[in-house]
Design a protein. Structure first.
Length: 160
């Protein structure tokens, strides 16, 4: 199976997806049909209460692709590429903060420059846009072994 056919997930979701594959019949990949979110997907466990998970939202396809083999899942290890201050303004109702139009253009340009699959998060404490890009992808079973080893080392260090 080529890497194009495999599901690539973020490191934050890796343990959850591994648990679904192990205990909930796999992971259901629901492609978005809402044109505002074209190309995106939603993930759910394949089974809920031992029956197939129902369509979780109107904006996803009627039938998911179900992945039951952890080797078909790649974990993206992201790194921070850039961080910069952006201007914000009050939202229309005065209850939220919005990035200004100029700030939005800067963010989009930085994400495009960071490459395919790059994205941003917003650090509200410092009012900065944080640009992230994929450093490498690792098969889920290999990532799990490394994560277990890392956590075991942390536990040993805490007890000594």
């Amino acid at each position: 199976m080529s890497d194009d056919d495999k599901l690539t997930i973020n490191e934050r979701n890796a343990l959850l997806v591994a648990g679904w594959i192990r205990h909930r019949g796999g992971v259901a990949v629901w492609p978005k049909i809402d044109l505002a979110h074209a190309g995106e997907q939603m993930l759910t466990p394949a089974l809920t209460e031992k029956t197939p998970t129902v369509r979780p939202h109107w904006s996803v396809a009627y039938e998911p692709r179900v992945i039951t083999d952890a080797k078909q899942v790649l974990v993206a290890k992201d790194k921070e590429v850039r961080r910069f201050h952006v201007a914000v303004r009050m939202g229309g109702q005065g209850l939220s903060l919005k990035v200004t139009d100029g700030g939005t253009r800067r963010i989009r340009a930085a994400v495009a420059k960071a490459g395919e699959g790059a994205y941003y998060t917003f650090d509200y404490d410092t009012q900065e846009a944080v640009i992230w890009a994929c450093e490498q992808t690792v098969p889920l079973p290999k990532w799990e072994r490394a994560e277990i080893s890392r956590r075991a080392k942390e536990l040993v260090e805490e007890t000594t």
